[in-house]
Design a protein around this ligand. Structure first.
Ligand SMILES: [Zn+2]
Length: 296
């Protein structure tokens, strides 16, 4: 009887010890900062001691939300720049609110056509821009001088009508330089603009041109006068696409262009358009985008 009582007491004690263990394990699993602090100090500090209290305080402090960060100043948007990057000069159009257009004629001078084209422009007192090919200019230097003397602008269209997109930066620079040297010899002046033949260019070509002080010019309106569309279609195509501040691409060396030009000039003038060179077009656009600088 005595032995049975001892066995029962031992069993009861084991049962109690087990439940106490479980209860404390359950308590430890509660996400309580105090319990966590104790766990972190490894239970080395007796609960209630100064070190234990400090450890718990620290644990609590860590859980406080961080002090509110000082209010950030709202970031100012960058000021719009009216100047192109100095190494990436490009002109695609003029001021879209100005009723002016720039007629541009590529690929000349041409011994058969340039004088006839100049006569039409002279008759209507229209100033235009000629993108001349260096080796053509070499053959007909007098025509280039005639263009300049009549008040037109001369631009660089490379020496051999090269595809600039296929050339390296130095290759593109060489093409532009050779044309520039030729033009300078003929006119004594430096061109401000260049147009990549066929409108084919890449970043290297624009940078090569920019480093020579040349602004790469594209167009807003391709007349496609080289396609032989016929006078009526060509005229309709140009007139339906013209917009204020536009740059019209045409060619020196196409009879149809010369034939259709009077009608195009008259129609556009009747709509209030002025014909300007690229320098005038760009100067006007710069004035309008930066009105503070327009006062004398
Ligand atoms: Zn061309």
């Amino acid at each position: 009887m005595k032995r049975t009582a001892i066995i029962a007491a031992v069993f009861l004690a084991a049962l109690l010890a087990n439940s106490v263990e479980r209860a404390s394990a359950a308590a430890a699993s509660v996400a309580d900062p105090m319990v966590e602090a104790r766990a972190r100090v490894g239970g080395l500090l007796p609960p209630g001691s100064e070190g234990w209290v400090n450890a718990q305080r620290k644990a609590l402090e860590k859980r406080q939300p961080p002090a509110a960060a000082p209010a950030r100043q709202p970031q100012k948007p960058p000021k719009p720049s009216t100047r192109a990057h100095p190494l990436y000069l490009k002109l695609t159009r003029g001021d879209p609110s100005a009723r002016m257009v720039a007629l541009t004629f590529d690929d000349g001078p041409h011994p058969e056509f340039t004088s006839k084209l100049l006569a039409v422009l002279d008759k209507y007192n229209v100033k235009a821009t000629f993108f001349v090919v260096g080796k053509m200019a070499e053959k007909c230097p007098d025509l280039v001088r005639k263009e300049l003397a009549a008040g037109h602008e001369i631009g660089n269209h490379t020496y051999s009508h090269a595809n600039l997109a296929k050339l390296s930066e130095s290759g593109a620079a060489a093409e532009l330089k050779e044309c520039e040297d030729t033009l300078r010899e003929i006119t004594g002046e430096k061109a401000k603009y260049c147009r990549p033949p066929g409108g084919r260019y890449d970043r290297e070509a624009v940078i090569a041109a920019s480093q020579m002080g040349l602004t790469t010019v594209l167009w807003t309106d391709n007349s496609a006068d080289y396609l032989g569309l016929g006078e009526r279609k060509l005229q309709r195509r140009v007139l339906s696409r013209v917009t204020p501040g536009g740059i019209i691409l045409m060619h020196d060396g196409v009879q149809q262009t010369i034939d259709v030009l009077p009608a195009i000039i008259e129609k556009l003038r009747s709509k209030g358009y002025r014909f300007v060179t690229l320098s005038e077009l760009q100067a006007e656009a710069a004035k309008r985008s930066n009105p503070a600088h327009t006062h004398a």
